[in-house]
Write a protein that binds this ligand. Structure first.
Ligand code: PHE
Length: 338
């Protein structure tokens, strides 16, 4: 019995050492340690062993079981380690890795986010409205007469049902006032659509930023102070501004705000945004829709402004063609990634 056991252990260890796959190892585990395996069979033979030898043989059997278990485990470890080395063969770990390309914000998003943050610091809340609008929100409520050229279907995209793609974000002013009582202070970034031929300075979809402030006693001085602060925060303290009289149906008086910046567009004045004091006719249209007199022009005044983002981005970044902003060319966009 003693010799049988010694031989069994020696054979098992040799076989395990020679196994070269996990499946082989598993088969050996069954062969030696399984229920019907060699070690188990010998254990059952204990009946035939003389009583006085049993403790010694039992101990021996346990030792064999342990030795075989240890050998199986360590061979399994060795096989796994070999596998890993094999997986790496043919890989030159001294070559540089593939760089991780972190995304970046689009330049228009950067500009828009900065502009919105500045206005939020002044207490303006974010507002928005749908891109598909009714004529009422886009034109009528904004005091735009039936025969205004912007209402032509050569200028504005109309849907077959008579609705349209908003030609400006001033619709957000109306939506805000129809659903909120004064005072209001909102900033509304969003897309606007016009039937322009696409070229180096025109897109038929572009982005605007709309602002509206309605309260008691809001004056042109508030408009001027707020916009000058906004423009300095956005473009730097050295920017110069000027208000130029203009016309919009929905503001009275109306202005265009020009800016001048050293090193930008040869230091010439450039138009930045349209603005003005909310026309009382707009308040009346809103009241009529609300069915109350919440925006009584005797009590409330306000200013509004609308700024296009693409033209500003072109001037600031010196872009020769507005289409660069929509082509998503990585070589262009990567220059703005921070
Ligand atoms: N909606 C005007 C435009 O698209 C800009 C504007 C907004 C002017 C608000 C005055 C007040 O040109």
């Amino acid at each position: 019995m003693n010799d049988d056991l010694q031989r069994l252990q020696a054979a098992a260890l040799v076989e395990i050492q020679q196994a070269d796959s996990k499946i082989d190892l598993e088969n050996l585990r069954v062969k030696y340690l399984g229920k019907a395996g060699a070690v188990s069979r010998l254990s059952e033979n204990m009946r035939n062993v003389p009583k006085e030898d049993r403790p010694r043989i039992g101990k021996l059997l346990n030792e064999i079981r342990n030795a075989v278990t240890v050998a199986l485990d360590s061979r399994l470890d060795a096989l796994e380690a070999e596998g890993e080395v094999q997986n790496l063969s043919g890989v030159d770990e001294t070559l540089p890795g593939t760089p991780f390309r972190a995304g970046g914000m689009h330049p228009l998003t950067l500009l828009q986010d900065r502009a919105v943050q500045i206005m939020r610091r002044l207490g303006f809340a974010l507002a928005d409205g749908p891109d598909i609008e009714t004529e009422w929100y886009c034109f009528d409520a904004l005091n735009t007469p039936e025969n205004h050229p912007a209402r032509n279907d050569s200028d504005t995209f109309y849907l077959p049902d008579g609705r349209l793609l908003r030609a400006h974000t001033s619709t957000v002013q109306i939506r805000t006032m129809v659903s909120n009582e004064p005072p209001v202070r909102v900033i509304g970034p969003g897309a606007a659509y016009r039937r322009d031929e696409t070229d180096a300075t025109h897109l038929n979809q572009f982005n605007q930023l709309e602002g509206l402030y309605v309260d008691r006693n809001v004056s042109v001085a508030d408009l001027k102070g707020t916009l000058e602060y906004f423009v300095r925060e956005l473009l730097g303290q050295e920017v110069e501004t000027r208000l130029r009289p203009h016309f919009f149906p929905f503001t009275e008086p109306s202005f265009e705000l020009d800016i001048r910046l050293p090193g930008i567009q040869e230091g010439k004045w450039m138009e930045l945004l349209g603005c003005g004091m909310v026309n009382p006719a707009v308040f009346e249209a809103v009241n009529a829709r609300r069915g109350d007199n919440a925006y009584d022009p005797e009590d409330w005044t306000g200013f509004a402004f609308g700024m296009g983002l693409e033209r500003l981005a072109m001037s600031l970044f010196g872009l020769p063609d507005i289409r660069l902003l929509i082509e998503n060319d990585q070589r262009f966009l990567a220059q703005f990634a921070t």
